[in-house]
Write a protein that binds this ligand. Structure first.
Ligand SMILES: [Zn+2]
Length: 197
């Protein structure tokens, strides 16, 4: 539609999740008319996120060093491990202020329709962590939707024979929803009311 750089930008923006062709065009023209200093800051932020951010070698949360801030915190307990799908779920749970244990980020949920099986998630890494023997309770905080439930059930069957208590967040979370969209109070209550499965 347009030529050269502006079309390239529209095309790239259009590949981002949740950005349709109209939004891509609007953002591209906003960038075109924006203050050069603002655009440079955006470009730097994009470059830096790829250069500096990596995954924690212990829990697979996002980190800027070998281990993330949560894994490095000596005041947290190693006895309770909370399994989530994505780093954004760690942020959502941290906001509740209810949890003082550690996390394990799976990198998604079991979804046969999209070809995502247990081997595509960080389940082997989770089992390796659990074999250390320090974890007394495993909280399954996968999303309250079909894929999240399937993942929780799969993990419960795998982990229970190890003698570790396995719990799931209490109901009250919107079914079919996404953990990150739950408000702090609902998520906090779901945490407190977690039940053995
Ligand atoms: Zn970590």
């Amino acid at each position: 539609m347009y030529e050269g750089a502006i079309q390239d930008l529209i095309d790239e923006l259009g590949r981002l999740p949740g950005v349709g062709p109209k939004s891509a065009q609007r953002i591209a023209f906003h960038v075109l008319s924006a203050d050069p200093a603002d655009v440079t800051r955006l470009a730097t932020a994009l470059r830096k996120v790829k250069e500096l951010v990596r995954f924690c070698t212990t829990c697979y949360n996002v980190a800027e060093s070998e281990q993330c801030r949560i894994c490095r915190d000596p005041r947290r307990t190693d006895e309770v491990l909370c399994v989530v799908e994505e780093p954004k779920d760690v942020v959502a749970i941290e906001r509740t202020g209810e949890f003082r244990g550690r996390y394990h980020v799976l990198g998604g949920a079991i979804n046969p329709l999209e070809g995502i099986g247990p081997d595509n998630l960080r389940i082997r890494e989770l089992m390796a962590r659990l074999s250390g023997g320090e974890v007394k309770e495993l909280i399954l905080a996968t999303d309250p939707n079909t894929e999240g439930e399937a993942t929780a059930t799969y993990l419960a069957l795998l982990v229970k024979p190890m003698g570790i208590a396995v719990t799931r967040l209490a109901s009250g979370l919107p079914v079919g929803g996404d953990l990150e969209y739950a408000d702090e109070i609902t998520l906090g209550r779901a945490f407190e009311g977690r039940r053995a499965i």
